[in-house]
Design a binder for this molecule. Structure first.
Ligand code: NI
Length: 256
């Protein structure tokens, strides 16, 4: 079966059609889907969707761009959500320096990133990590606050060299639509260089649709284009790649 290890069908762009979105994905063989929260409301919605569908799981947490509503009380509510069996990760959490240039904002992001890593460690959960224009600081935070139950750098967009450094922290790497874009040399190099037992497919839908759907609303069903491109770049069959990604997803998120 195909795997979408990171999507936001809890986003208003895809609501209320999420059941149809899942049905279309299942029809294409995309049968393992992780719905990822980015604040309290979207995390609750992720859990609600996962609860209603086989093969659909949820990650809950505060994204670095969505910290307005964060507080210790809100984190307690996130923790409460993890009591649901379908919640298998804390995410997406991390650092985003693309839109945040001020030091005080970056410090605030680090503070809540660390708090959520510690929460995940306490709850024995892996992490889904967002890192944009912040590779070095993400490495430093993770090196100091090691994820004890695994983590994926979702939509990996750094260099191969940086990927090798992150591998020393035993991270997984998620790849999306950009690996199908003609001019995206970096992501393609990373797909080729990634360890076979650490690679994952994801759509990050509704954003970043792969070729030939670029610019349209993305959906988990388009994992088919991403796994095909991944297999092509790594010179293996789609079936082989499919099995490896499924094994990796199960090892990281469903080992309990
Ligand atoms: Ni995302």
């Amino acid at each position: 079966m195909f795997v979408d290890s990171h999507c936001h069908i809890n986003d208003e762009i895809l609501l209320p059609g999420e059941d149809e979105v899942i049905k279309r994905a299942n029809e294409k063989g995309v049968s393992l889907i992780m719905v990822v929260g980015y604040d309290l409301e979207s995390s609750k919605k992720a859990v609600e969707i996962a609860s209603r569908h086989d093969g659909v799981y949820a990650a809950v947490g505060f994204h670095p761009e969505n910290l307005e509503g964060v507080s210790n009380e809100a984190l307690l509510e996130i923790e409460e959500l993890t009591k649901n069996d379908k919640v298998v990760a804390i995410g997406e959490i991390g650092l985003d320096y693309h839109w945040f240039k001020e030091e005080k904002d970056r410090q605030n992001q680090k503070k809540w990133f660390v708090k959520q890593i510690e929460m995940a460690n306490r709850l024995h959960l892996p992490l889904s990590i967002h890192a944009r224009d912040a590779s070095e600081d993400t490495f430093e935070v993770l090196n100091e606050h090691r994820p004890l139950f695994g983590a994926v750098l979702h939509c990996y967009s750094g260099s191969v060299e940086m990927m090798k450094r992150f591998e020393t922290l035993d991270l997984y790497f998620g790849f999306d639509g950009p690996i199908t874009f003609k001019n995206a040399v970096g992501p393609k190099e990373c797909v080729k260089a990634c360890r076979e037992d650490r690679i994952l497919t994801e759509t990050d839908s509704p954003y970043m649709a792969p070729t030939p759907y670029r610019g349209k609303t993305n959906e988990p069903q388009y994992i088919v284009e991403i796994i095909a491109q991944m297999a092509y770049l790594r010179e293996v069959s789609v079936g082989y790649m499919e099995n490896k990604v499924e094994e990796n997803f199960r090892r990281l998120f469903l080992k309990k």
